[in-house]
Design a protein around this ligand. Structure first.
Ligand SMILES: [Zn+2]
Length: 225
């Protein structure tokens, strides 16, 4: 019984700790976030000043947490600092490249559906629009990523967030269209298969005579079909 109580307490402590911030956890997050941002600066030199600014904002909060003696309050303040380095447009900037890759893959996937022989004219037009939308969203995101500091908007955060949202919306739109096309084509394919089978007629298992597809009994030997 004692052992069981101990295990239950251990599980509760684990769950509790993984939800609420701890000083130890936030210190680790801080180091990890700073490292990621250093890499981000080398990947996107245009954003160096912008990233430095975010780091300095976060540092002010992170350092002020040093003066808080209450562990819970201290951890919460540290988490606030960490959020500046990991969420919002910084988070979008971190994930932008992988989102571009994802959308590129979706674009290729939708491009393939254009070859389907069951496409109507409208389908083809729609697919081509979707491919264009993918290209535009990717172009916009790449433009935002590669801008020179001097050309950067007064509010780069807004630009990043808009480009990122554009990638996300286009991805969802394309993905939905692909599954709709797949479903529609499956239905058409199945109908055609049934038609073909009906045209072939039914072959009797016993004597091999070809019967009409609607026949119940073989016209030659009378066996059930
Ligand atoms: Zn027969």
């Amino acid at each position: 019984m004692k052992k069981l109580t101990f295990i239950i307490i251990a599980i509760f402590t684990f769950v509790f700790n993984s939800c609420s911030p701890s000083v130890e956890g936030e210190t680790k997050n801080w180091d990890r976030n700073l490292n990621q941002l250093l890499k981000l600066k080398t990947d996107f030199p245009a954003y160096e000043d912008f990233i430095n600014e975010k780091i300095s904002d976060a540092e002010t909060i992170y350092k002020s947490a040093d003066n808080i003696s209450d562990e819970d309050k201290k951890a919460k303040e540290m988490r606030k600092a960490n959020n500046i380095l990991s969420s919002g447009c910084i988070g979008d900037l971190k994930n932008m490249s992988s989102k571009i890759d994802d959308l590129n893959k979706k674009k290729r996937e939708i491009e393939k559906t254009i070859k389907n022989k069951n496409n109507s004219k409208n389908d083809v037009v729609y697919i081509m629009t979707l491919v264009e939308n993918c290209k535009n969203a990717i172009k916009k995101a790449e433009k935002v990523l590669n801008k020179k500091t001097s050309d950067l908007d007064t509010n780069p955060c807004k630009k990043i967030e808009r480009a990122f949202k554009g990638l996300q919306t286009t991805y969802t739109e394309t993905d939905n269209a692909i599954s709709d096309f797949k479903k529609a084509h499956k239905e058409i394919d199945e109908k055609e298969k049934k038609k073909e089978e009906a045209a072939k007629g039914l072959k009797c298992e016993y004597c091999g005579t070809k019967n009409k597809s609607t026949a119940v009994k073989c016209k030659s030997c009378g066996a059930n079909l």
